[in-house]
Structures are given as structure tokens and as C-alpha cells.
Design a protein around this ligand. Structure first.
Ligand SMILES: NC(=O)c1ccc[n+]([C@@H]2O[C@H](COP(=O)([O-])OP(=O)(O)OC[C@H]3O[C@@H](n4cnc5c(N)ncnc54)[C@H](OP(=O)(O)O)[C@@H]3O)[C@@H](O)[C@H]2O)c1
Length: 249
């Protein structure tokens, strides 16, 4: 006799083609969630999931395009609603020479695209009885990082934007929960494959931490404990000293 699946909840992950978003989607599927996955590379996206599964829904979304909001609404309506929205997509490069096109490209994805998607999800939840928004920002938002100006600045924007929306939701009783996920280095395509990174984590391990944090509705989570120590120390460093440090890898 076929076992009937009792689906718990519905999640949408924007940026689920590779890396952390992909592992998170797989983890949620394993837990029985219905998952809507989105990204720009449609073929690559579909290749990573079981196409015949009734648990997975697909949508091509480029968050830098204005019509990304329509894509999100379409995915929500295909799934008959959503309980958890995860903004995982992002790009990042070290850019010490300040290639302006690159700086702007990062800002268009991590700042403009991020706000576009998170604000759309907020409005949906506000108008439909509440929900949960989780974003994958980074520990890079803790301080301005000289070799990654646009990346670290846009990650700080993400932290602050979520803080602002959390206050907004409380103020107007919109019943929206927020989880700001801040990982350290994770072995994904986002990092330069030719470089060595300290305390490198696997995306599957990070995804496990994220699922735990989401299930516990944690507001902010730094992954993992070693990076919590790093963030703690970074915060103690006064600005005059921070700006004189040589941080590179
Ligand atoms: N790796 C790390 O060390 C690390 C550390 C801290 C935080 N993070 C953050 O984790 C998040 C995920 O990155 P990752 O490390 O898993 O890297 P990744 O493997 O390169 O994944 C990036 C994801 O974002 C999607 N994406 C990129 N641009 C997009 C756009 N314009 N529209 C829609 N989707 C887009 C990609 O899918 P498509 O290419 O199909 O669009 C892909 O699914 C990022 O926000 C990153 O800043 C990473």
C-alpha cells in the first residue's frame, strides 16, 4: 500500500539552482515540505530535482529583472500559497581594483534584487495572514571588507532591511517571522575555486543548520560556532583599528 505523504508546509527558495539554496531545498523536501524552486538557469535547476515529484514546483526568475515579482506570484499561485519564503540567491566577488561594473552588478543582485523579492514576499504574507521570511545574508555584513566592498556593503543592507521589516511587522501586527542566516565560508561556486579558505563548510552541513534555525524560528543565526567567535571578535574591534587591518585571502 502506498504511504500517503502528509505535507507539512510550502516553501519557496529563490536561488535553488546550486550551492546552499539547492541543499536547503533538498533538506526541506526530505522533511516533507512542498518546495518551489527558482533561479535563472532553468535547465540546470530542473536537472537537480526529481521532475516527476509532486513536491517540487519550478519557476525561472532573475531577481535583477522587474518581472521577477510576477514570477514569484506565479509560483505562489501554482503552489496554492506559501508559508516560508527563502531569499538565497546572491553573487559575490572580491574586487580590490574596484571594477565598477562588477561593483554595480553585485549591488543590482544583492541589494536591488534582494529588496525586490523580499518586499514582494512581505506584501504577500501581509495580505494572506502571515508567514516566514528567511534570507541568506553573510557574516560579511558585520563590517566593511576592503577586498569586497560591494559584497560586504550589500550584505549589511540585507541585515538592516530584515531588521526594519521585523519592526514593521511587529508594529502593524502582520504576523511575519524573519530569519537572517549568516554563514561563514561555504564550499560553493560563489567562492574562487583556486583559493584556499579557512574553516570551509559544506553546503549540506550549512543547510542542516538553516533548517534547524527555520524550524525554531530563530531571528538571526551565524553558521557555525567558529564564525560566531569570529563575528564576536570583529564587533569588538574599533573602527579606527578595523580600517587599518590587512584582511585578504
Ligand atoms: N559560499 C559562501 O561562502 C557564502 C558565505 C556566506 C553567504 N553566502 C550567500 O549564500 C547565498 C547562496 O550562495 P552560494 O554560496 O550557494 O553560491 P552559488 O552556488 O553560486 O548559488 C547562488 C544561487 O543564486 C542564484 N542566483 C544568482 N543570481 C541570481 C539572479 N539574478 N536571480 C535569481 N537567482 C540568482 C543561482 O542560480 P542561477 O544561477 O540559476 O540564477 C544560485 O542558485 C548567497 O546570497 C551568498 O551571498 C555564501
Amino acid at each position: 500500500m502506498q504511504q500517503k505523504l502528509h505535507y507539512k508546509k510550502r516553501a519557496i527558495i529563490v536561488g535553488a539552482t546550486s550551492g546552499i539554496g539547492l541543499e536547503l531545498a533538498k533538506g526541506l523536501l526530505n522533511e516533507g515540505w512542498i518546495v518551489g524552486v527558482a533561479g535563472r538557469r532553468t535547465e540546470e535547476l530542473k536537472k537537480n530535482y526529481n521532475l516527476s515529484s509532486e513536491q517540487v514546483f519550478f519557476q525561472t526568475i532573475d531577481i535583477t529583472h522587474e518581472d521577477a515579482t510576477n514570477g514569484l506570484h506565479q509560483l505562489i499561485s501554482q503552489m496554492g500559497g506559501v508559508d516560508l519564503f527563502v531569499q538565497a540567491s546572491g553573487i559575490g566577488f572580491q574586487n580590490p581594483v574596484l571594477d565598477k561594473e562588477l561593483e554595480i552588478k553585485i549591488a543590482e543582485t544583492n541589494a536591488v534584487g534582494f529588496v525586490r523579492m523580499v518586499a514582494t514576499a512581505y506584501q504577500y504574507f501581509r495580505d494572506n495572514g502571515g508567514g516566514h521570511i528567511a534570507v541568506i545574508s553573510s557574516i560579511a555584513g558585520t563590517k566593511g571588507i576592503g577586498i569586497s566592498p560591494s559584497y560586504s556593503a550589500t550584505k549589511r543592507l540585507q541585515n538592516t532591511y530584515i531588521e526594519a521589516l521585523a519592526q514593521l511587522s511587529n508594529m502593524y501586527k502582520h504576523r511575519i517571522y524573519f530569519t537572517d542566516i549568516r554563514p561563514g565560508f561555504v564550499k560553493t561556486a560563489l567562492l574562487d575555486g583556486d583559493k584556499k579558505y579557512p574553516m570551509l563548510m559544506t553546503p549540506s552541513r550549512v543547510a542542516k543548520h538553516i533548517i534547524k534555525a527555520i524550524n525554531k524560528r530563530k531571528r538571526v543565526v551565524v553558521i557555525d560556532w567558529r564564525y560566531r567567535c569570529v563575528v564576536f571578535v570583529w564587533r569588538l574591534i574599533p573602527n579606527w583599528l578595523w580600517e587599518r587591518l590587512k584582511i585578504r585571502n
